[in-house]
Design a protein around this ligand. Structure first.
Ligand code: ARG
Length: 623
């Protein structure tokens, strides 16, 4: 825990009277909860209700009102009948370190105002203490403001990004990468142990085909230099050659079977499935080199995995086990030699689990894979972050596992998301993640260059544009609800005007600059060194109020696996800071006022940086 000494001496006027504890509130982690509890206590007493029942009715977010309670949630009648209840609360009210006043506009609502000085004091103190604690122990993700220990002792396994080797890294993979990373962070911020798993598409007839292609068209040197490009190139060539042959065959030409690419590929894949060393060795090199290249690219996005797994790693025993259970339970039917699970009863069609030639398929591998992963990780929850186009697949997978009676079947969750439309770079439609990143960086660089004076002051324009460029792409992706589709527009999302990623970075930079630009103002080391009453102005109160809402934003994002909740919070804070900027200045203010404002901006920056890090962004200090 942080060194509490300097701030632990809370001045008499801000000492908070003890309050009853209510399940689901967390005043230790979210100071505003204490202020809400104070309101709940007053109303509970007046209405003769349990405080647990009143607490959820205490609302934030009404314009110009700190906390409000709708009397109608507890008492029935016309406004005139409700007057006695409003009056009862108002007559019994005494100002405290929590609240300064109560009023009613119409007898239907009660409006409470914070004791603003005390509220500001406690919030700033809390933010400072939590950030001190998390700085002292950065590996513990549950120390900073807005975090909880709710998931302590529980393990969440998350499958995200999961691209296919030698095939395009499409928009679906990009979104999964971005959203999956943030969900992982949110779970960690709530005390869960998280294992990030990349489930590569690295198995199936296509990889037999790739082998055949590499023998024909591959270039060893290029493979080592840029495996992702080279394998993709080979993949395209061999597919074209295969299509060409098919045309010839369809036109009645004869090609000996051993020269047919289709057969060659099948043979190699069979050899791979049989574990023949030569076939396996070639494929393993492709896989290893691809993983190395992917890692380097993910690094640029602040994305990390604990495990690179994949379809190839699913154990044959688990797949056989699954196939046997579905058969034994009478869940299957056959069609032209293939084995299918029949889920028509559940409006989920029939799904192949074993092809006619005995080989496995995507679903078989996910069925066996679920068992393998449960054996290995004993997860309490397993999230798959995969585009909505695979909803049927996941419904079939989860239903089948449930019918099989798997003990972990109810711990699985498919987090889905909508489409990205028009995703392209100057090289054309996006195929490589690397191109997307460099395109974002370039476009960002151009945007920055358009302001020459500012540009001249940037120390590392390339590095800075890479960070802001990826911020732009990520924020564009997470700004709306994840189930919605959006139009990819690199020009627009890298703009400094409007609610786009660069604006959030810009606000952070601004907040960083206050201290730099005011070297003569002493930096307060604790809230006890400032006079909080000097912060009592509307634009500051708006910022404080929004900072108080931060834990709620984190909680909503976490509960709903919805990063947009946090993005919206960041934009709002950025606007509030922008609005305060010109009037609530540190420079030219009298020293005590300057100190108090500086302290406020330092704490605000801290919370914004925390939010940005949860969103997997790197907060920059100068631009
Ligand atoms: N590789 C798959 C694709 O690109 C996504 C895999 C998602 N995860 C899973 N366990 N099925 O479509």
């Amino acid at each position: 825990m942080a060194n509490l000494a300097p701030t632990s001496a809370i001045p008499e006027e801000f000492q908070l009277p003890a309050l009853p504890t209510v399940q689901g509130t967390n005043p230790e982690r979210s100071p505003v909860d204490a202020f809400k509890l104070a309101v709940a206590q007053i109303c509970a007493e007046a209405f003769d209700e349990k405080i647990e029942k009143v607490y959820p009715a205490v609302e934030m977010g009404k314009k110009g009102v700190d906390l409000s309670v709708a009397i109608v949630r507890f008492k029935k009648g016309k406004p005139a009948d409700l007057e006695v209840w409003a009056k009862k609360v108002i007559d019994n009210f005494t100002p405290s370190a929590y609240l300064s006043s109560v009023s009613t506009p119409d007898n239907r609502f009660l409006f409470f105002q914070f004791n603003q000085n005390s509220f500001n004091y406690h919030l700033l103190r809390h933010i400072a203490l939590t950030s001190e604690a998390s700085l002292a122990n950065p590996s513990d993700k549950t120390l900073s403001y807005g975090t909880t220990k709710e998931g302590e002792g529980k393990h969440m396994l998350i499958d995200f990004s999961s691209p296919n080797i030698a095939k395009p890294f499409h928009a679906g993979h990009l979104r999964s990468t971005i959203i999956g990373t943030v969900i992982s962070n949110l779970y960690e911020a709530n005390g869960w142990k998280v294992t990030r798993l990349n489930y590569l598409g690295d198995w199936g007839t296509q990889y037999g085909l790739l082998s055949v292609g590499f023998d024909k068209y591959g270039d060893e040197q290029r493979l080592l230099e840029d495996p992702i490009q080279e394998l993709f190139k080979v993949y395209v060539q061999i597919n074209n050659a295969k299509a060409e042959q098919k045309k010839q065959l369809d036109a009645g030409e004869t090609i000996p079977e051993e020269e047919q690419i289709h057969f060659q590929a099948k043979k190699v894949f069979k050899a791979m499935e049989d574990g023949e060393p030569k076939a396996i060795a070639q494929w393993a090199r492709f896989r290893d080199l691809s993983i190395e290249a992917l890692k380097a690219t993910y690094e640029k996005l602040n994305v990390h995995f604990d495990v690179y797994w994949g379809e190839s790693q699913v154990s044959p025993e688990s797949m056989e086990r699954a196939t046997k259970i579905v058969q034994d339970k009478g869940l299957t039917c056959e069609d032209r030699g293939a084995l299918l699970v029949d889920l028509t009863k559940y409006k989920m069609d029939k799904a192949i689990v074993r092809k006619a030639d005995g080989t496995t398929i995507y679903l078989t591998r996910d069925l066996g894979g679920a068992h393998d992963k449960y054996e290995k990780y004993k997860f309490d929850k397993h999230i798959y972050v995969v585009q909505a186009a695979q909803t049927l697949h996941f419904n079939q997978l989860f239903k089948t596992l449930q019918l099989m009676g798997e003990p972990y079947a109810d711990k699985l969750e498919h987090v889905t998301f909508g489409l990205v439309k028009g995703m392209s770079t100057r090289k054309g439609t996006v195929v490589f993640l690397e191109d997307m990143i460099s395109d974002a960086t370039e476009t960002m660089h151009e945007q920055m260059r358009s302001n020459e004076a500012k540009y001249a002051q940037i120390e590392d324009p390339q590095g800075t544009s890479a960070i802001i460029g990826t911020t732009a792409v990520k924020i564009q992706d997470m700004a709306g609800k994840r189930v919605n589709d959006y139009d990819f527009d690199i020009k627009r999302c890298t703009s400094f005007e409007g609610d786009f990623g660069p604006f959030i970075q810009y606000s952070h930079v601004r907040l960083c600059s206050v201290q730099r630009k005011n070297p003569n103002v002493p930096v307060p080391i604790s809230v006890n060194e400032i006079d909080v009453s000097l912060l009592n102005e509307p634009k500051i109160n708006d910022i404080m109020y929004h900072l108080a809402l931060y834990p709620t934003a984190v909680k909503n994002a976490y509960n709903q696996s919805e990063p947009s909740q946090l993005v919206t919070w960041c934009f709002k804070l950025s606007h509030l800071v922008g609005a305060a900027w010109e009037t609530v200045k540190v420079s030219y203010a009298e020293e005590e006022t300057a100190k108090a404002r500086l302290y406020l901006y330092i704490q605000t920056r801290q919370v914004l940086a925390d939010a940005m890090r949860l969103l997997s962004l790197t907060p920059i200090e100068r631009m």
